[in-house]
Each structure stands twice: as C-alpha cells, then as structure tokens.
Write a protein that binds this ligand. Structure first.
Ligand SMILES: Cc1cc2nc3c(=O)[nH]c(=O)nc-3n(C[C@H](O)[C@H](O)[C@H](O)COP(=O)(O)OP(=O)(O)OC[C@H]3O[C@@H](n4cnc5c(N)ncnc54)[C@H](O)[C@@H]3O)c2cc1C
Length: 448
C-alpha cells in the first residue's frame, strides 16, 4: 500500500523565517486557517499564517472530500450555502484541478424509521431553496444501481459537491501566498504573546511575531493552546479510519452512505471508503473532565464511539502531554508536527468487505492506501466562530466537528470579516464562544 500523501516527512513548501510583525497572525494551516488568511489579505491586512507541520497535514487532507449542505445544522446552512459558492469561485482562482465536482450527496435509508428521520430535515432544505429531496425505494435503486441491499429510500441533494482534499487545501494555500499571505510551515505557535491584557503577538519556535490580532484555527490542538492561556473550550477528538481503493467500476459518481459504509468516487477512479465501525475515543485528562458535557450527544448515538484507555504519546489529550510551557521552550506542538494516527486495522478490513458486499459486481476490492485522522469536535457538534472576550484581539475558529471541509471557506470568510470589521452576513449566535459557560442548554446539531 502507498503512504498517505501529506506527512511529517513531506517536503516543506513554505519555508520561513516568518516576518517580525503583521496585522493578523493565523495559527493553523487547515482549511479554516488558510481561507481565513486569504480573505484577510483580500481585506488589505498583512497576514502571517503559521503551521506547525505541513499545510493541510491533519484533518483538512484526511477527510472524505464531501462538500455537503445536506443534513447540516440549520444555523450552519446559510454559511454552507455561501461556502459551496466560494468553493466554485476559489477553485477557479487557484488555476489548479482540485477535483471539485457537483455530483450530489445521498444518505441511504435501510429502514422506514431512518427514512422518516431524513424526511424531518426537508423543511430546512426548503427554507433555503435547496434541491434536496426524498427518493422512494425504486428511485434509490436507479440512483445506486447494482446495490445488493434494498433501501427503503434516500435523502439526496444533487447540488452537493466533492473535491480532493489533499490537493484542494494546498492549492488554496498557494493562492493565499500569491495574494500576499506569509505562509510558514514547520513553525509552531508556542504561545500567544500578551501585553496590558490583550493580544500583542505570537511566540513561535522561530521567534516573536508582533500583531494586535490572532486567529486560533488549530483544529484538534486549539484547546491545548487556549488552555495554556486559561481559556477553556470543551473540545475533544476521535480517531476515524479511512481507506482508498484502487480504481474500480464506476458504481456511483457522487458520495453516498448507508449504515455500514460511506463511499465517494475520487478523481483517480478509486473510491474513498469510511464509516465501517465506531470511531475510537481515547480517554485522557480532557476527555475525563468534559465527559458530562458530551452526554447528550453520546446518548443520541451511543454506538458511534469506542472508548480506548489512552491516546498515543504526544497526542493533544494524551496523559503525558504537557499542559504548561514557556515561550522559549519546546511546546507539545513541535513534538507532533503532523497528527497522523495509525488507522484501526479492524475497521480497514470491514471497509473493503462492506463495499464489496454492497456492490458484488465489483469483485474483490483492493485497497491502495488507508489512513486515519483525529476529528475535533464540540459537545453540540457545531464550531466556535467568535472573538474571545477573555482576551481582546483573540478570535477562535475551531471545533468544526467532522464536517468542516465543506463549510471551511465559508467559515474562513466569516472569520476574516469578524477580524477585519466587515459585513458578517450571517447570524453567529449559535457559534458563540460563551455558550458553554453562560448556562445555555447544550443543543446537539442533527446527527445526519
Ligand atoms: C477522517 C475524516 C473525515 C472527514 N470527512 C469530512 C467530509 O467529508 N466533509 C467535511 O466537510 N468534513 C469532513 N471532515 C472534517 C474536516 O476535515 C475538518 O472539520 C476540517 O478539515 C477542520 O479544518 P481546520 O482547519 O479546523 O483543522 P485542521 O485541518 O486540523 O488544521 C489545523 C492545523 O493547525 C495546525 N496547528 C495546530 N496547532 C498549531 C500551533 N500551535 N502552531 C501552528 N500550527 C498549529 C495543525 O498542524 C493543523 O494542520 C473529516 C475529518 C476527518 C478526520
């Protein structure tokens, strides 16, 4: 099997050193940080983006590549609709083929009950004029021909899209760099520098960058960095395993999932497979401390995670990971340049088997590669997109909860205007920083 394309040994495309000063420092080179940096530069600001490992080395390259409006939290939908438009615009502006195709997303129902749950989401689609619709069993069999299972029906959105994550986000970073963003890889932000109770810059492993504004878009590491400043967010991560097949007959052109397998046709003719088996949930200090906040979500999907006693060394919530350090000493971010978890072997075997079982005419399904990613999440399964009132100058864009690739450019645009004082265009109340501490009830988004 080939190895995953972006890892700690990949060549550095954006070397330092970073500039000594900026208007905004963006911490994290995933889809959120990269697109926020791009839009900040378009607002005329001097932007430095620091990435501890490689651009898109973590979630933003390891995801399934689904760009879906379907099944979203109603408060995310307006941003997602904008994001879909931005993907089209940005893909053209990169001048590169990022595999962006409007091929639809489909959820396959194996029971009438599941179909009814899908149907309950339709009013949100109608409210925003989406082309989402319910298919009956016969129409589902036409959309997914050759399936061995008989589905009760499906929820489908033909205007949903897909792209190739490990090409897309690096292409967006190249676009941002062309538009003036100083992108620096292999450069960990150790701490946020403060003076007189507000942000004064960032202390990186390559020196201090003076700046009045900082955006934390650190994916699964955001909580660790923020806690070093006494700022608590209830973020945890789960390990999710993915596999890529060799090229196969084209059983479906878009992305689809049933209760055993999720599949998406890639540009190279293979399928990206996931979803067979639960995600692994490592118990660590944060997991224990935050368990009660996650109970409502866990109750609604008790079989979706499998607890494990401890994360591997140097993971964000491993027992031995340091929680306190100084700006002039090595931080946990340098100990783990690219969070590259080993895939779960049991899940991999099931993925190939379940896909072959669903489409018997494919014959044996051979895997080209497999990988895993740590999905960062919030208890209510929606992100934080807000200024942090505890530290003026700090903005947080994190906790995209397993569906941030699709909405990433929309979130990046909103964050840029939040920082630059532009028109937000959306109601961000649901995504406020203070919702976990102001006595609000935790209201999980739809688990569709
Ligand atoms: C297996 C899997 C499947 C998924 N499938 C989908 C899908 O199909 N569709 C979808 O919409 N979403 C999907 N997602 C979710 C999506 O990938 C994420 O929500 C999204 O990529 C998050 O982007 P991000 O920029 O917030 O974080 P990341 O992509 O994780 O980027 C954060 C970056 O910050 C860097 N960083 C952290 N701390 C520091 C520091 N102190 N200094 C410097 N750099 C730092 C990290 O190295 C990392 O590169 C999936 C995720 C996974 C793992």
């Amino acid at each position: 099997m080939t190895s995953f394309p972006i890892h700690a040994g990949s060549p550095v495309s954006f070397p330092g050193p970073p500039p000594k000063a900026a208007d905004v420092v963006v911490i994290g080179g995933g889809v959120v940080g990269v697109t926020a940096a791009l839009f900040l530069a378009r607002r005329g600001l001097r932007v430095v983006l620091v990435e501890k490992g490689r651009i898109a080395g973590e979630q933003s390259s390891r995801n399934w590549g689904w760009i879906r409006q379907q099944g979203r939290d109603p408060d995310e939908l307006p941003i997602m609709i904008e994001s879909r438009r931005l993907w089209q615009q940005l893909a053209a502006e990169t001048g590169e083929d990022i595999g962006l195709v409007e091929a639809g997303v489909t959820y396959l129902a194996t029971t009438e009950r599941k179909l009814a749950a899908f149907e309950a989401w339709l009013p949100h689609a109608r409210a925003h004029g989406l082309d989402t619709r319910i298919l009956d069993a016969a129409a589902t069999a036409v959309l997914i021909p050759g399936a061995s299972r008989r589905f009760s029906g499906a929820l489908t959105t033909p205007s949903d899209m897909k792209a190739e994550p490990w090409c897309a986000v690096p292409a967006l970073a190249r676009l941002a760099a062309r538009e003036g963003v100083s992108v620096i890889e292999s450069c960990a932000a150790r701490l946020i520098d403060t003076a007189a109770g507000r942000v004064a810059g960032v202390l990186t492993e390559a020196g201090r960058i003076a700046a009045p504004a900082v955006l934390v878009a650190g994916g699964a590491w955001s909580s660790l960095l923020l806690r070093a400043h006494g700022i608590a967010i209830p973020q945890l991560s789960v390990r999710s395993t993915v596999a890529a097949t060799e090229p196969l007959a084209r059983v479906h052109a878009g992305a689809a999932a049933d209760d055993r397998i999720a599949f998406r046709l890639r540009r190279d003719g293979g399928f990206t497979l996931a979803g067979a088996g639960a995600q692994d949930f490592y118990l660590g200090p944060d997991a224990v401390r935050l368990a009660s906040k996650y109970l409502p979500t866990l109750r609604s999907e008790p079989l979706s995670v499998r607890p494990r006693p401890a994360a591997p060394h140097h993971f964000p919530d491993a027992w031995g990971t340091r929680r306190h350090w100084q700006g002039d000493e090595e931080s946990p971010f340098e100990r783990m340049r690219v969070l590259d978890p080993a895939p779960n072997p049991g899940n991999i075997a099931r993925l190939a088997r379940n896909f072959a079982d669903l489409f018997p005419r494919l014959g044996p399904v051979r895997l080209r590669t497999c990988w895993a990613g740590m999905i960062d999440t919030m208890p209510d399964v929606v992100p934080i997109i807000d200024h942090c009132d505890r530290l003026p100058g700090l903005t947080i864009g994190t906790g995209l909860s397993g569906h941030g690739f699709g909405i990433g450019p929309g979130v990046g645009r909103v964050l840029a205007d939040l920082i630059a004082g532009g028109e937000l265009g959306h109601d961000l109340t649901r995504f406020r920083f203070g919702r976990f501490s102001d006595g609000s009830r935790i209201r999980p988004g739809p688990a569709l």
